[in-house]
Write a protein that binds this ligand. Structure first.
Ligand code: SAM
Length: 323
């Protein structure tokens, strides 16, 4: 791919619904934080539709920031792009000369990998092509997937495969990885895929999808510390919102959606001790949930954009926490 060219324009997931929810918070201007800028598809829509909106765009992927920067160049006077993990949102807001609390009208988090990351074979996210086992969303730091496979103890490999990949054969796969790397360290995705084909019983393949799917997901989550980053980012994101400000989070796997669901439930519940007849001052709910359960993409959207199939969207609005 020509790296100066944003490439084919993928359709941003749940764009219309994200606009229905975040739009009302942006009609009179204010700051939008796109915490997962990616190729800037959602961001471009909001900048175009809400001309008084200022964007603070975050991404841990330097390549994504470069491409989004080129795409959003027509709005250069209204954007600040920051290379950070989203749990660095408070520092990013300071960098944009904003307060880390009560300063933002809208936040979008469209989690996971971008189409560009999946499409660039050499980054090693896809199990369908043989490529170096990298999988870092931020190619400038941290362990690669090969490092994880070649250095983690058996127990740690089994734990991440089970917890992050919900892989039934986690122990068996971890044993095979340890045995295989004693002969020769892993370097490419093809070697891992071959091992998975040999290790996962053929009979389970009919129901369990591609044998590499769960292991690749688990490695990606581990390499990028995805859950730790999200767990730290969500409270900071909620704190950044002003009263009336709104947040939309789109998750693509159940562990992320669970974190989002739990935190929104907690922050939209009263903090007055159970049993008291009246709400204690300032102890009422801080958020109102705007989505019923987790919203999914429609069949039409999935047909047009298969990457929308697993999405689960939740949204909330900051409210006055009661007098
Ligand atoms: C699904 S894409 C976003 C696509 C974007 N909404 C668009 O319309 O083009 C997710 C992006 O979030 C970034 N990302 C994932 N985890 C991150 C984290 N912990 N901190 C910052 N960025 C992250 C990825 O690098 C990727 O570019």
């Amino acid at each position: 791919m020509n790296h100066e060219d944003p490439g084919p324009r993928h359709v941003p997931v749940l764009l219309r619904r994200a606009d229905e929810i975040l739009g009302p918070a942006l009609t009179s201007g204010g700051v939008l934080v796109d915490a997962t800028l990616g190729l800037g598809g959602h961001a471009e829509h909001f900048l175009r539709t809400y001309p008084d909106t200022r964007l603070v765009g975050l991404d841990r992927d330097t390549e994504a920031l470069k491409l989004a920067g080129a795409r959003l160049a027509p709005f250069a006077d209204r954007i600040t792009l920051v290379h950070t993990r989203y749990d660095g949102i408070a520092d990013a807001l300071r960098e944009a000369e904003l307060s880390p609390t009560n300063s933002v009208r809208a936040i979008l988090m469209d989690l996971g990998v971008s189409s560009m990351q999946l499409d660039e074979a050499e980054r090693g996210f896809a199990y369908s092509v043989d490529a170096p086992l990298d999988m870092r969303m931020d190619p400038t730091s941290g362990l690669t997937a090969a490092d994880v496979l070649n250095t983690y103890a058996h127990g740690d490999l089994a734990r991440i495969l089970k917890n992050y990949g919900e892989e039934r054969f986690a122990g068996r796969i971890a044993s095979a990885i340890v045995k295989r790397r004693e002969r020769r360290p892993f370097t490419t995705s093809g070697e891992l895929v071959e091992l998975l084909y040999d290790t996962i019983p053929a009979a389970t393949r009919r129901t369990g999808g591609h044998p590499a799917k769960r292991t690749f997901q688990a490695l990606r989550i581990e390499v990028n510390r995805e859950l730790e980053s999200l767990e730290a980012a969500l409270p900071a994101a909620l704190d950044a919102l002003e009263v009336g400000g709104r947040i939309v989070v789109m998750s693509y796997q159940s562990l992320e959606d669970k974190l989002v669901k739990q935190l929104l439930a907690q922050r939209s519940a009263s903090r007055t001790p159970v049993g008291l007849p009246v709400e204690l001052p300032g102890m009422g709910p801080e958020f109102k949930i705007l989505t019923r359960g987790a919203e999914k993409a429609t069949e039409e959207e999935i047909a047009e954009n298969p990457r929308a199939a697993p999405v689960r969207m939740r949204a909330a609005e900051r409210i006055e926490a009661g007098e």
